[in-house]
Design a protein around this ligand. Structure first.
Ligand code: SAH
Length: 262
């Protein structure tokens, strides 16, 4: 029996796949990649005999059937997923029928677009004394939000929010966060095609104007929305520093060199 590997291809730049993911591609017999979101360049390491298929026009059943067939023919199969497979990746829906067919599976994590977007904007998702929490979520679309997960509720924590699959619903982001006590002037970062060579676009704005700015820039897909009290910290004159590197703070690996000033 072969094995099906779910491999996180990363956010777009083919160089952002992990070494393990790349090695698995080099040894693959069959690759099914999410063509709408994963760069075909990610398959560049595949050996000549490898069958490469784009799943763009396939249903879940067709994809699973194909992977089972390949697995039963004793092949090493790779399902290349965008970003990290555990986020909005229909992962378990594919794992269950493979389990039922007795096909071994493995998962290789990937760099999520949330991290690629933060990197593009030179932003930190956490900052001392500002927020120490990140929420990955989305605005309700065809997939309903479970109870307690409306943006008005999630936003009440005033932590960092990385919103997937929501770029056409920026008006709802504004409504939800205003209801949670955020301000019209709260900063928002939108990154389209984060890390894709030559295609990445960064738009900055506020809850009040980000929708208009994205419309003007014609950004309506493949974009990450980050709303956070940390945004723009690169230019803050009064940044609170991390205790870990504070010279007055001892920890397991380093003794304090100076007493804290009272
Ligand atoms: N598993 C993926 C998310 C898949 S859902 C991950 O970890 O990134 C698809 C959504 O992810 C898109 O609607 C968009 O919000 C976001 N996304 C994926 N790739 C992106 C990229 N390169 N730049 C910005 N957002 C991206």
């Amino acid at each position: 029996m072969g094995k099906v590997w779910f491999v996180g291809a990363g956010p777009g730049d083919p160089d952002l796949i992990t070494v393990k993911g790349r090695d698995l591609i080099s040894g693959a017999d069959a690759i099914l990649f999410a063509g709408s979101l994963v760069s075909q360049a990610a398959t560049q390491w595949a050996p000549d005999h490898c069958e490469i298929k784009d799943s763009k026009g396939m249903t879940l059943e067709e994809m699973v059937e194909w992977m089972i067939e390949q697995g039963q023919e004793n092949r090493q199969v790779i399902r290349l997923q965008t970003g990290d497979p555990s986020l909005y990746g229909a992962l378990i829906e594919m794992v269950q029928p493979l389990d039922a067919a007795g096909i071994d599976i493995g998962i290789v994590p990937g760099v999520s677009s949330a991290f690629a977007a933060a990197a593009a904007g030179v932003e930190s998702l956490t900052l001392p004394e500002i927020t120490q929490t990140v929420i990955f979520s989305r605005i309700e679309g065809r997939t309903p939000m479970p109870e307690g997960e409306s943006l008005a509720e999630l936003g009440s924590h005033h932590c960092t929010l990385c919103l997937f699959l929501s770029i056409t619903l920026l008006h709802k982001v504004r409504e939800g966060l205003l209801a949670a006590g955020w301000h019209e002037e709260s900063p928002v970062l939108v990154v389209q095609k984060a890390s894709w060579p030559g295609e990445e676009r960064i738009i900055r704005g506020t809850l009040a104007d980000i929708k208009k700015r994205c419309q003007e820039a014609q950004i309506a897909s493949q974009a990450m929305i980050i709303v956070s009290p940390t945004l723009g910290a690169r230019a803050w004159p009064d940044l609170k520093k991390s205790k870990l590197y504070d010279k007055t703070f001892s920890h397991q690996f380093r003794q304090a060199t100076k007493q804290a000033t009272p």
